[in-house]
Each structure stands twice: as structure tokens, then as C-alpha cells.
Design a protein around this ligand. Sequence first.
Ligand SMILES: *Cc1c(COP(=O)(O)O)cnc(C)c1O
Length: 687
Amino acid sequence: MVSTIKKIKGLYSYEDFTGTIQDFSSQYAQDITPQTYFGFPLQPILDIENSLLSEKVKSVAYFSMEYGLAPSIYNSLALSRPMSEENQYFTHQVFSNYWLCDYLFKVKIDKMLDIPIYGGGLGVLAGDTLKSTSDLGISLVGLGILWNKGYFKQNFWYKHGQVPQQMTWDPYDYPGLIPLKNIVTIETKEGPLYLRLWKYYVYSYDKKNACPLILLDSNLEQNREHFRTLTDQLYRSDDVWWKIFQRSILGIGGMKALENLGYNIHCFHLNEGHAAFALLEKYISLEDKGQMEAVKNQFVFTCHTPVAAGHDRFKIHDAAKILAPEYIQAAELFGKEKSSADEINLTHMALNNCSKVNAVAQKHGEVMRLQFPGYAQKIQSITNGVHLHTWTSDSFQQLFDRYKNVFGDWRKNPQNLVNVEQLRDDAVFRGNLFWAHQENKKRLMDILKDWRLKDNVLTIGWARRIAGYKRPALIFHNVDQIIKLAYDVGQLQIILAGKAHPNDNIGGAHIDEILDHIDRLNEHRKVIRVLILENYDTYFGKLLTNSVDVWLNNPLPPFEASGTSGMKAILNGVVQLTTLDGWVVEAAEDNIGWIFGYQHKEGSDIGNEGNLRLDEDAQALCQTLEDVLRMYYQTFSEGQVNPQSPWIDKMINCIKRGAYFNTQRMVNEYNEKMWQPTVAQKTIRLK
Ligand SMILES: *Cc1c(COP(=O)(O)O)cnc(C)c1O
């Protein structure tokens, strides 16, 4: 552990750093030298450690159950020895209407596996948040869990749907991920639970800053057998026992980790209610409980879930079987919805006790204030974003670089993307823009070459977590009409991907439904090609959002708190075919594509997921799709682009809005509205 003296002097050195690492000399000495950290510069690590240890810097701790860091596509740290096979990318299976035996073909990608500690958009947002804080040089540390078996591996079996399989990976052989000697302990009713701390550093785009992510791991020999599996699988929810333990590890274990590492934290950011037990740990650690009111000022909370059922609730008698009595007393004090309740609600715990609360889009703020009128005053909206450097394709980066006089240093200043307006009437640019897109599309078709997709056929992408309100099978609801459009107006290619939580039967049923439709579309494969990819992840997230022509987003309003995949698409000029929900509400006037379907009126009841409005909205989707097809084939036919096409205006509008829907803008807002005035300063370099 780091001593106080070094804290004051700010002399955290290479030796201090390597001294914290488990088995440094036998495992990591090759990759961590006085100059380098897995191929990246070491200095930013010493700087941020100094900064977090310093009492002079007001640092932030960010808690999240999942992180999608996407090192396979951005800032890949390097191992000096060959990586174990477990950490290499596996092949992907595809299910299509083109082949009757797709299993004869596989998509092979020679890449490292992403750290498998995320399930979907929430995790990707947390990862993008760390990247942008690092880009901005803000002093922040992330807290999360080392999921030893990741989320799960997805297989499709025709007639059986999604068959989840356990995945494996090797954290001890993952570039940039290091186990520390530090171990923290949570006292539970079943005895001590030991948690090892791991570190991973998230570098800024210019590699001048980094921020550490601390991951907690229960897979230790000194733990009793069933404790070792607690950090196996993200969102394992066989029973309430798992859930309570996993939330305790994040909230309580996370606070203990900060203490153990000697970090001086001035603001604790709970990303979603999962981390709310952090408040209990803070309360218990106070000698003078009267300080709690003041301490609450240090806590802030981001809520992502517009569905009440999505909020964690636990019966007090269940929690009491697991946690020591002092935690239960604190939970009763802070976490009940009503004083008479026999359960604790983590969302209420966070809402009640955090000084600042935010929703993740304007519309979500409106819905949240409706849901929690008691806290309406407190709820702000900070609209999500995506990390520009991760999600912008190479061809678009090159395009922006080529027009440097217009975009300037757009990597440092993403807001410069609004300048694309200056090029609106430039026919050469309009053509270049379309061809930059075609380059991405060709790459996608090349990766999927066994399915013989065509780069001159309108291609629609839909990929995200499979959940009821996201209506993954909406486009097939009126499948006969879609077939008719493909024959009468123009050919169509549809690519889908997504995982359903293994216990989510409704999500699983959607996958079955899609597989059935795909099978039945076999006879129309000449005009309509449909593919669904297994194991959707950030690699495919980038590939699809960068490369298709149209990004389809059809959640039932107002259930999509924000959504972020469309933001990845707009950075690459991929136009939107979307319902009016989440972030899209804020871009509705900007003509970034087509909006269709049911709209939620301000102030009206949020409805329920039992009525997905499939009939009306599938009808609206088909009608709109006809316009999309017509405009596409007027824009691009026989290998020729019409640079005057309004399609290209939509592409320009997309890029222009990318200036706003990025995490650099979002993190600046967090800094100003949530972390400030407690936190504002940048990482200081103590030298
Ligand atoms: C961006 C992303 C998501 C989020 O998609 P939404 O449309 O916002 O739900 C989910 N999964 C992966 C792998 C992503 O990259």
C-alpha cells in the first residue's frame, strides 16, 4: 500500500507502481518498464496515480457494473509474448436466408477478445465515459467487477433459438490488465468475502493521460468455494442471493478498494442503481454519523432505466441473510421507498441520498420526473454520447483530415464537426462523403463475403441488446409487405445482431421469431437478403454502425432512455430510420433520416411493455421504408452517385449532430453539473 508521505510529496514512482503488482517479476516485467506499459507510455499512469493520491486534487470515483472498453478496436495494448488462445477472437456463426447450411461458413476475425466485462449499451457508455475523461485529463478512477466468465457466449440453433454457453477467457494473460497484491474484505453472514483488486488503464486518444479502472474479483483461493464464483458472470440472476452479493461487491467492495488504495475521492458517481450500496459503506465508515448529510453532497447518481421493473429491489430479510447487521440498519435508513416497506429499492436509495441525479436524455428526464415526482426538482438531463475516436471509422477520419481547413483539430475538438455545413454545397465533398461510406460498406461485405452481399443494394442494420421494448423483429412483422417492396421498389439487405439475457424468455422468443422469418425468406433471397450474426459485441458494433446505409432503431417510446448505437452511426454518415425516442427526440428537427411510428406525448402515462404497438408501427415502418428505398436508388445506381441527392444532405446532417452526441461533450457536462463544484481540476502533474 502507498504511504501517506508519498501522497504528500507526490512521488509515486515506477517502483511504487510495480511494487503493487502481484507476481510482477515473473509475469509482467517484460511489459511494464520505466518507460512503457504494454507498449504505451508509462508516465500518464504515474501522473494519474499521483493525482488520485493527492489531497489537493478533487478526484471522482465512477462506479459501474459493466464496462465496454473495446480494446479490440481502439487503443489496443500489446503483450510482448503471444496471447493465449482463449483471449483471441473466436469465429462467428451467421444465420441467413441465403444458405440453408450457414454452419458450413464462419466469419473469422483475427483480433484480440474485448475484455468481456459488459453486456450492452450501459457498459459501452461507461467505457466511453472513461475514455473521454482521460481525453480531457480529468482525475477519475473507475470501479467495476472482473467477470471471470464474462457475460455469455451466444449460439443460434435453428428451432431452438439462442442457446447460451459459458465463455472463458484468461485475465492473467490479457494485455494491460494487472492483478494487484491488494485484497479487500467484506464481512458477510457467511464469513469473510475476499476480493482481489485488478487494474486496467484507459488511455486518452493522444496517450498523454490515462485513467485507472479498478476491478474486483472474488475468485481467490482463500474464499470459500461458492464465494469464488460470485464474480463469474455479469447479471447472473438465478436468485436474489447472487444479485445482492454482486451489488455488495460493487458498492461496498468498491468503496473499500478506494480506501485501500489510498485515493482521495471528492465525488462518488453511481452509474445506475446497482452501485447504491456504496452509500451504506460510506455511512458505516463515518465515526460521526451526523456527518452523513454533508457526505451526501459527494454522491451523484445517473439513472438509465425508464422501466420501474428494471430497478433493483430486495426484501430486507433476504439482504439480512447476507450482509452484516450494520449494513441492514443503514439500508433500512436509506433504501426504503416508504418507511413501512419490507424491501429496499436501490434506485430510491440513490435518488434519496445523492445530491445530484441525472437522466440520460431530455426525454428520459421528462419520463423520470413523471415516475419519481418526489424527486422531480433534483432530476437533470445529461444526454448520452459516444466516444468519437472509438466509433469513427478510418475512412471518415481520413475524410475529416483531408478537409483540415474545415474541421481543424476535430479529434481534440469534436464540436468542429458542425463545420461540415460549410461543405454542404461542395459537390466534390458530397461525392467524397458517399465514397468514404462505400469504403466502409465494402469492408463489411468483404468480411461477410460468403453470404454474397452487394455493395450497391440498400443495407439496413439493427443490432443491440435483444429486449422486448426494442422490438427486434418489428421489420418482419409485415413480412409480406417488405417482400413486395423488395420486388417492386428495390432490393434490400438486412443485418441483425444482439444477445438476449439468458433468463429473458421474451427476448429469447424474439430471436426464435427472427430465425423463423429468416428461414421462410429463403425463397426470396434474390431480392432480400437477411443475416443475423452471433455474439454481438463492440467489434461488430463498430463494423455495423460504420458500414450499413441505414441504421434501424425502433424501440417503443418512451422506453429507450437514450440509446447510443445510432450516435455511432451518425459519426459515419449512416442515416437513421427510427422511432421518436431517447436521444433521437433531440435530433428530430435535424433531418438525420426518417422518423416513423408511435409518439409519446409529454406528460402522458408511459404505457406498458405488454402493448408493443407492433401492428401500427410495423405498418408505419413499411410505408417509410418505401421512401427510403426510392431515395436510395435515386442516389446510387449502376455504380454512379448523384451528389445532389437529398440522401447526402441527410448524411451531412448526421455528421453535424455528431458534434453534439459524443462523450466529450457529455463528460464536460458531467463535470460542470454533477462533479462540480466538488471537482473541476485537471490531473495535475506533480513533477
Ligand atoms: C453501442 C452498443 C450497444 C448499445 O446499443 P443501443 O442501440 O443503444 O441499445 C449495445 N451493444 C453493443 C455491443 C454496442 O456497441
